[in-house]
Design a protein around this ligand. Structure first.
Ligand code: AMP
Ligand code: MG
Length: 487
């Protein structure tokens, strides 16, 4: 490796030993063709200097990075899937490949500890009947979801690398055979709620304590001196999860599979499967075709997150008194309200006023979105009104002006007029001169895949990612995940 940048390996998880992970070998793929490398993310961990050949050695063949884990680790966890407990889970097609430090910032010289972890890298002891693989389409979908969520300010893992691997996969939900790939994501911890659940299931309070200590010391070190560490961790996870949830709800994002193994203690959104962005404000909108009861529909995401937090708290009862955990859970609704307030103001670029005024605006915005019906898509609404009163003339000259002139929008517009834009200079970005924002509705996602599937034409995908990057810069919400309490 020839990178001269500050790559700083710091493999910590492996020290927890075999109760938490199994060393595994990556699959030996017939081909490794680089399809996507996220150099912006790579620069944050000093890996952008890798040549393509070095990149493929690392993220296609998983040759260890210098000073990092000598072998990939399939992480052990359990989880509730659609509310049923599954004790046979674990990394079945992925592993933790490496851990490394983010570049330091002036406020934090050390930088956060980040994980490079995979999806589709081969079978593990936890593969059950699965092939351990990821479809190329699935990999492409994860890149898209993570990019747009990041652009609109939701704390998320980043798609780091996608390598096409030359195998033919059989899948029930894609025309098969279908192409294969291995994805690597850069994420802030893979300690799932289900990681705790596994130790609770085996009645190992000693190992829950090990995990609590690891999570606190690594991700929430400012809580290290709290007298009741498990309760303090629970409070922090409640808060981080509430922020994540508020991010999804303000982005019109339906994760699709909010199982307890798909939520981590740092509150980052990750593991994108059947996700969808809402076509319009519809609380019943369900993303996963296998979610027959709408358990994880858009409007039920708050309930799903809270239910998952309760499962985590239940595990922690093995190592501390209930009272502190109950108090932490009781903090959820206020935490969610505060986070939703902040997220919606951020999306509309407004300075906060008082709580009641802000929350009235939040409800007025959701009502306006609902009143727009099929004619009003989620993303254009926020795009049009970004900057509040500073965008009144832009919104009323744009393609949705007639709609906004309707009586149903009077309440929202009236309330908006009392707010001040926060950083209206951002409206000067060329992105705001366009009529339409970047979105990722299913038809567009399918069309992007269609070009790849039919003609191996990747240009539309790369062009889309460039436009999403421009939107990210225009909104300027960078580093939201940094602002979680976790470090
Ligand atoms: P997910 O819905 O992607 O979070 O996956 C749930 C569980 O199923 C995890 O333990 C995965 O590792 C496992 N899994 C999903 N797909 C496969 C596959 N193709 N091969 C092996 N394990 C899989
Ligand atoms: Mg998962």
């Amino acid at each position: 490796m020839t990178s001269s940048l500050a790559y700083r390996p710091d493999p910590q998880f492996m020290a927890l030993g075999r109760d938490f992970a199994d060393p595994v070998d990556p699959a030996d793929f017939p081909t490794t063709r680089l399809r996507f490398r996220n150099d912006r993310a790579a620069a944050t961990v000093g890996l952008d200097g890798l040549s393509d050949a070095e990149w493929i050695a690392a993220f296609g063949r998983f040759e260890p990075l210098p000073g990092n884990q000598p072998q990939p680790l399939a992480m052990r966890y359990h989880g509730h899937q659609f509310r049923s407990y599954n004790p046979d889970l674990g990394d079945g097609r992925g592993f933790l490949f490496a851990q490394l430090r983010e570049q330091g910032t002036p406020s934090s010289q050390t930088g956060r500890l980040l994980d490079l972890a995979t999806k589709g890298s081969g079978q593990t002891p936890w593969s059950r009947q699965g092939d351990g693989r990821l479809t190329l389409k699935g990999g492409m979908r994860e890149i898209l979801a993570a990019s747009l969520l990041e652009a609109v300010g939701v704390p998320t893992s980043r798609a780091f690398s996608l390598v096409e691997t030359g195998e033919e996969l059989q899948r029930g939900d894609e025309p098969s055979p279908t192409r294969s790939a291995v994805l690597t994501r850069l994420s802030h911890s893979h300690i799932r709620f289900g990681t705790f659940q596994r130790q609770a299931y085996f009645e190992r309070p000693d190992l829950i304590t090990v995990l609590v200590d690891h999570a606190v010391e690594t991700y929430y070190p400012h809580l290290a001196h709290e007298p009741d560490r498990p309760a303090a961790l629970m409070r922090a996870v409640v808060e981080a999860s509430a922020k994540l949830l508020a991010g999804w709800m303000s982005a019109g994002f339906v994760h699709g599979v909010l199982n307890t193994d798909n939520m981590v203690v740092t509150g980052e959104s990750f593991d994108y499967g059947p996700w969808r962005f809402l076509p319009r404000n519809d609380p019943n909108f369900t993303a996963a075709y296998f979610d027959h009861n709408g358990l994880y529909s858009f409007g039920r995401q708050p309930e799903a997150v809270f239910w998952n937090l309760q499962q985590l708290a239940a595990c922690l009862t093995l190592v501390t008194d209930q009272a502190g955990l109950v108090e932490a859970l009781n903090g959820f609704s206020d935490a969610y309200r505060d986070a939703l307030r902040a997220a919606m103001l951020r999306r509309l670029d407004l300075k906060p006023r008082d709580l009641a005024t802000d929350m009235n605006l939040v409800s007025a915005a959701f009502k306006a979105l609902a009143a727009g019906g099929d004619a009003l898509r989620w993303e254009p609404f926020f795009f049009d009104w970004f900057g509040g009163p500073a965008s009144e003339s832009r919104a009323m000259a744009g393609p949705r002006a007639a709609l906004y002139g309707d009586e149903a929008f009077a309440d929202f517009r009236g309330r908006l007029a009392d707010f001040e834009p926060d950083r209206p200079e951002r409206l000067e970005h060329p992105v705001f001169a366009s009529d339409e924002p970047e979105e990722l509705l299913i038809e567009e996602v399918e069309a992007l895949w269609g070009s790849i599937a039919a003609e191996d034409d990747w240009a539309p995908l790369y062009a889309k990612l460039d436009r999403i990057e421009a939107a990210r810069q225009a909104y300027g919400f960078a580093d939201v995940s940094d602002k979680n309490n976790a470090v």
